[in-house]
Design a protein around this ligand. Structure first.
Ligand code: ATP
Ligand code: LTN
Length: 334
């Protein structure tokens, strides 16, 4: 799929570092299928990023395949967008090296995710963890996208990508399109059900609802969700009620209802009715995705066909950008 029409280009990726959760889904992923008719879309699995934290090789292979199936089950039709695996397109690593030489130590040191992840992996603060945003900039700039749809936590990485692109363009002319982050309003930051002050994350499984989780486990997690000690137990968004505000956000994202409608729907009902209603809405949202993922996982040949074709299409575009960059910096062509 070459961008020879006037469609804008969109690109995003997810790390196969664990199971997908409803933060990943209700945040960015749910919106991707809405974009595939309007944009030329590239979606990939960022497996190169994942090894910044030690992985079990067999598990990693399995998760990548599951995620490809989940991408498709969530509505990413491989006939309409390019789905690929990052390590299948060598240009990502190749451009990352060039961009490493245009990224500054100081700006990389300020990245929140680097600080968080180094605190969590104190025994393995490797150079990959540090240069991760540069690889992400390469992922993006290779495809010259207009927009990069991500969750709130990745905004800083899209911004550093813009800085690197502008710095490079400042030296060599307009080589890269400078992309915009695209962050959905509802669902941008789904919080943990057990600790609603921190974002829902696979590293805190109790507060995290996974896409493939059984309905009874989902219901249990929602019924136990931490709310607040507010005596009126009123379903209303407020800064001092992070747990309830988060449940309202999840319900809004799962049902498409507005915050105001939800607050009046549950007016005077208390949390006892609200929590299971949110659980049921999530179970119903996930049911078709779970069924389709299982069906696709049983057809490995189809999945292989999808990611092979995706890699070919991605490689075609990526290698064009890489050639241009190599030429600009002065590498003698082979
Ligand atoms: P985790 O913190 O769970 O390890 P991550 O940020 O490493 O998550 P990825 O799977 O790489 O997760 O994220 C994929 C996408 O999901 C990114 O665009 C990210 O911004 C988004 N995302 C992750 N967690 C949330 C959340 N709790 N709410 C909304 N969006 C999220
Ligand atoms: N860093 C992202 C995953 C990611 C990505 C990208 C997202 C890697 N490369 C390029 C958008 C564009 C994450 O951890 N969620």
């Amino acid at each position: 799929m070459e961008n020879n029409n006037n469609k804008k280009v969109m690109l995003s990726g997810i790390q196969p570092s664990g199971e997908l959760h409803i933060g990943n889904y209700l945040g960015p992923l749910r919106h991707w299928p809405e974009m595939i008719d309007e944009f030329d879309c590239y979606f990939f699995l960022a497996d190169l990023h994942t090894i910044t934290v030690r992985q079990d090789p067999a598990q990693l292979r399995k998760r990548v395949l599951t995620l490809i199936a989940q991408y498709i089950a969530c509505g990413l039709d491989p006939e309409k967008c390019v789905l690929f695996i990052q390590s299948h397109v060598p240009a990502h690593s190749q451009l990352a090296w060039v961009l490493d030489c245009y990224a500054m130590f100081g700006e990389l040191s300020r990245m929140t995710q680097f600080k968080d992840k180094s605190a969590k992996n104190a025994d393995n603060i490797n150079a990959g963890l540090f240069t991760y945003p540069v690889l992400m900039a390469a992922d993006i700039l290779l495809y010259q996208p207009d927009f990069v749809p991500v969750g709130e936590d990745q905004k800083q990485h899209v911004e550093i990508c813009r800085d690197i692109a502008n710095r490079f363009n400042g030296v060599y002319g307009d080589v890269f399109k400078v992309p915009e982050p695209y962050i959905a309003k509802v669902g941008a930051r789904i919080m943990s059900l057990s600790a609603p002050e921190s974002k829902m994350s696979k590293s805190q499984p109790e507060g995290c609802v996974f896409l493939m989780e059984k309905p009874e486990d989902i219901m249990r997690k929602f019924k136990r969700a931490v709310t607040d000690s507010d005596t009126e137990r009123c379903v209303r968004r407020a800064p001092e009620k992070p747990g309830v505000s988060n449940l309202i956000q999840i319900y809004a994202a799962a049902t498409g209802k507005s915050y105001e409608d939800i607050e009046s729907e549950f007016d005077g009902m208390g949390y006892g009715k609200f929590k299971p209603a949110v659980g049921e809405a999530v179970v119903e949202t996930l049911r078709p995705i779970q069924e389709e993922t299982e069906r696709l996982l049983a057809d490995k040949a189809y999945l292989e066909g999808v990611y092979r074709a995706g890699a070919e299409q991605a490689e075609y575009i990526a290698s064009k950008t890489l050639r241009k960059v190599y030429k600009k910096v002065g590498f003698l062509p082979r």
